[in-house]
Design a protein around this ligand. Structure first.
Ligand SMILES: NC(=O)c1ccc[n+]([C@@H]2O[C@H](COP(=O)([O-])OP(=O)(O)OC[C@H]3O[C@@H](n4cnc5c(N)ncnc54)[C@H](OP(=O)(O)O)[C@@H]3O)[C@@H](O)[C@H]2O)c1
Length: 326
């Protein structure tokens, strides 16, 4: 089959489309004939050699796919070949065929294209899992989302405003993206290039702070994040774009009864991802089917243009998702 391969770690230029063996479905797995996949920030980190696939998963890049069921492994029930599905994969999305656990599949609503469906599994599930399940956002609370132009955070804005309309959503974004973030539904947008976001949060919330922060910057933002968090607030760290280390003063954390939580989706056990997918299917999938939420696609490129897709993401020139089609 055709797949994106790399002989060495490095820049986008190491990505080449070549031929490799087709995946074989294991027990409780299916093989999906991939119609579209999308680019995630983690793909870049993996390409550079800093984020290996979990044991047993494909070393090929790509964490989410949309396509049709091509082959069923032993013990698979509830799906038939030819059915349109979207799913999480531990790796292997940038290829003509990808294997996935049947329990991680979601049927694509009729109203959605493969390109749109390729943006759901990793991106929206990450946003939903961290904001709603882990941080336990409640209606009426206030949330701060960093990097509002990215895949996960455009999804998080949509989910917050659709599932809980009384949540107040503050978003940081770079200068050229603030208007588009506001148009997506953010209640207050902070230009992180020109403003101190912790000061802006204090002013907007009349010194109270926000109840939840979804953060992918890590070390560089830890002190400011804790300053921005209300009494009883929850900070969920899902990425380390600003480094993995930081020194903080624990006294305010204790006095303000704040929680710092960390999470990754990819390396969770199969059963956990099954439960997460089931909860997402029940609570969020109908919103796509009924057209209340539409994935925001920045650009659709072919698999052969994968290096260009990575360059766009590395330059942060995108707003929403970059899709690769086969
Ligand atoms: N733990 C998990 O389970 C999990 C799962 C999926 C993703 N992630 C992580 O979530 C993050 C987002 O992933 P993604 O695929 O959505 O990537 P993405 O589309 O590239 O989004 C990242 C965004 O971060 C923004 N950004 C960069 N520096 C910033 C700063 N100092 N302050 C605020 N925003 C900044 C950029 O926006 P601007 O243009 O405004 O700079 C960019 O749009 C990544 O770190 C990824 O590894 C974690």
């Amino acid at each position: 089959m055709k797949a994106v391969l790399q002989d060495e770690y490095g820049g986008a230029e190491v990505l080449q489309v070549g031929e490799t063996e087709n995946p074989v479905p294991g027990k409780h797995q299916v093989v999906v004939k991939v119609a579209a996949t999308s680019v995630n920030r983690a793909d870049i980190i993996q390409r550079e050699g800093n984020y290996n696939q979990p044991p047993g998963d494909s070393p090929i890049l790509g964490l989410e796919v949309a396509g049709v069921v091509d082959e069923l492994g032993a013990g698979v029930m509830g799906f038939k070949t030819g059915e349109r599905v979207m799913c999480l994969v531990g790796g292997g999305g940038y290829a003509e065929y990808a294997s996935a656990y049947a329990s991680h599949l979601m049927k694509i609503p009729k109203s959605m294209s493969f390109e749109q469906a390729a943006c759901v599994s990793e991106t929206y599930i990450t946003a939903y899992l961290n904001v709603f399940t882990i941080a336990c956002l409640k209606d009426g609370e206030t949330v701060l989302l960093h990097g509002g132009g990215g895949g996960v955070n455009t999804s998080a804005i949509q989910l917050c405003k659709t599932l809980m309309p009384d949540v107040t959503v503050l978003v940081t974004a770079s200068t050229g993206k603030t208007d588009r973030v506001r148009a997506l539904g953010a209640d207050h947008v902070i230009d992180y290039k020109t403003e101190d976001f912790a000061e802006a949060v204090r002013t907007f919330t009349s010194k109270k702070g926000v109840d939840i922060i979804l953060d992918h910057i890590g070390g560089k933002y830890l002190t400011q994040n804790l300053k921005s968090l209300a009494v009883g607030g929850r900070l969920v760290i899902i990425g380390l774009m600003g480094g993995a280390k930081s020194e903080i003063n624990l006294a305010p954390l204790m006095v303000k009864r704040q929680q710092i939580l960390g999470s990754v989706l990819r390396s969770r056990p199969v059963d956990e991802k099954t439960r997460i997918t089931e909860e997402f299917s029940q609570n969020v999938l109908p919103l796509f089917a009924e057209g209340h939420i539409k994935p925001l696609i920045h650009q659709v490129l072919s698999l052969e243009e994968v290096a260009e897709a990575h360059r766009i993401m590395e330059a942060s020139a995108h707003f929403g998702k970059i899709v690769l089609t086969l």
